[in-house]
Design a protein around this ligand. Structure first.
Ligand code: NAD
Length: 448
């Protein structure tokens, strides 16, 4: 079995000025720690582990180890003070054997090409697991939108769209929101692409506002999908979801909406957190009050009516179900041994490292993997794309019912493999997705 390449990486230390920066190689253990944090290495380790359990032709696996296309662009933006700043952006098409590529756009200072490649790979797997006719893509811009004005974000978005315009399109690659991007940003993307095209093209992007071709139910879809997955898990594992203690890391689109839906459906949401820190109350938090606080103050950090928890200790709080819904690598070998939950349902992409997975498995904690658990977002994005292409729009009730059907079916299929093959849920989801992908590659054959 091919192993993951883990190059020993040079690291920059920062001695006191004015001495020069010294480059020193990492020790083997430090290099392993750095590799643990590289999402692409994590993704490839997951693929290798699944490949070892399956009988898939090596060339198919090799294709998945190499994204189909990667595009790096520079984005010049006139800032409000008159200077011009150059941002770096990426769009990766990981695989398109099952259909056009689909995946969000992230604005964050830690965006890197390896992160975007990993997120695009997980999109390929996710679309196969829930059986959507899509391949996987992802995009990102290295920036800190929290320090930018609305005008700067709009100009950056429009120029980024222009730079990737030949890469995207309703039958090629359809972006969507991800961390720090939202319906307004999707509107600018759609408008810019439409200006280039010469007519309105709503199907080029999903997660748009409803007034310009967005779908009802898209905003809450990922959080709602996390809930449907968890409710089906409770049925399969024979426990009553009502009254379970739920802790949710990240209070953005995924985490905030999941918190509201879990509380509305009778769960006790005991903890929520954002980048500034966490809130905990054993008897249950008032999620709606925290939601309103976030709307008003931009963060939940200073919400008064709860115990405070440091952001990096949040996953260790007492709970039955832990939902990481923030960023990659928040559950690592450093804290996996201290997690108190019985179930982890991954709202975020790549929150659990491979090393942490092993520790959790030994401790009997079940992880519902990202490529299944957070697929509600891309599922309703698919509905939005279908509605845009047909110019025929559905009721929210229809959207949620169709979402539930797809998520519950995928959950049952993965759980059945988990039981039958005696493998964990991540491996079971990979087996399901990889078999679908491999079938598509075989049927299409190799060009030329
Ligand atoms: P968002 O920008 O709306 O929210 C991110 C949240 O995470 C914020 O509350 C932020 O404060 C918090 N956060 C960031 N770093 C943190 C840290 N170290 N500790 C605690 N909280 C932290 O982003 P989102 O759209 O909710 O995405 C969250 C995750 O879900 C990402 O991994 C994303 O790829 C994944 N995801 C999103 C969607 C979607 O539809 N938006 C779909 C599938 C998966």
């Amino acid at each position: 079995m091919p192993t993951v390449r883990r190059k020993s990486m040079p690291v920059k230390t920062a001695p006191p000025a004015p001495k020069k920066t010294v480059e020193v190689p990492l020790s083997p253990s430090a290099a392993a720690a750095a590799a643990e944090e590289n999402p692409w290495h994590q993704a490839m380790a997951q693929l290798d582990r699944a490949a070892a359990h399956m009988n898939i032709e090596p060339f198919i696996l090799d294709r998945l180890r190499h994204p189909k296309r990667t595009l790096t662009v520079s984005i010049p933006v006139r800032m409000d003070d008159g200077t011009v700043k150059i941002f770096e952006g990426y769009r990766v098409h990981h695989n398109m054997d099952r259909g056009p590529a689909k995946g969000g756009i992230r604005y964050h200072p830690s965006v890197s090409l390896d992160e975007v490649k990993a997120l695009a790979f997980w999109m390929t797997m996710k679309c196969a697991v829930v059986n959507l006719p899509y391949g996987g893509a992802k995009g990102g811009v290295v920036c800190n939108p929290k320090e930018m004005s609305i005008g700067e974000i709009e100009r950056m978005t429009r120029r980024f769209t222009t730079e990737i315009a030949s890469f995207i399109g309703p039958d090629k690659d359809i972006p969507a929101p991800d961390v720090n991007t939202n319906p307004q940003i999707m509107s600018w993307l759609m408008d810019t692409y439409s200006q280039i095209h010469g007519s309105s093209v709503p199907g080029v992007v999903t997660g748009k506002p409803v007034d310009i071709g967005g779908s009802l139910g898209r905003q809450e879809a990922t959080g709602r999908g996390v809930f449907y997955d968890t409710r089906e898990l409770a049925t399969l594992e024979r426990f009553d979801l009502r009254g379970q203690r739920v802790a949710i890391q990240g209070f953005g689109n995924v985490g905030g909406n999941a918190a509201r839906i879990f509380q509305e459906r009778g769960c006790r949401v005991v903890g929520v957190s954002d980048v500034g820190g966490g809130l905990y109350r054993a008897s249950g938090l008032d999620v709606e009050a925290i939601w309103r606080w976030r709307q008003k103050h931009g963060s939940i950090e200073k919400y008064p009516d709860a115990e405070k928890v440091a952001a990096d200790k949040f996953v260790e709080v007492p709970c039955d179900i832990l939902i990481p819904a923030a960023m990659e690598n928040t559950i690592t070998k450093a804290n996996a041994g201290k997690i108190q939950a019985k179930y982890i349902v991954e709202g975020a992409n790549g929150p659990t490292t491979t090393e942490a997975d092993e520790i959790l498995a030994k401790r009997g904690i079940m992880v519902v993997p990202d490529i299944l658990a957070n697929a509600g977002g891309v599922t309703v994005s698919y509905f939005e794309w279908v509605q845009d292409i047909q110019a025929f729009f559905w009721s929210e009730k229809d959207v949620n019912a169709k979402l539930q059907d797809i998520i519950v079916k995928a959950m049952r299929e993965v759980y059945e493999i988990h039981k039958r093959e005696k493998v964990d849920m991540r491996l079971a989801a990979f087996i399901l997705g990889l078999n679908r992908l491999a079938a598509a590659v075989r049927m299409r054959g190799l060009f030329p």
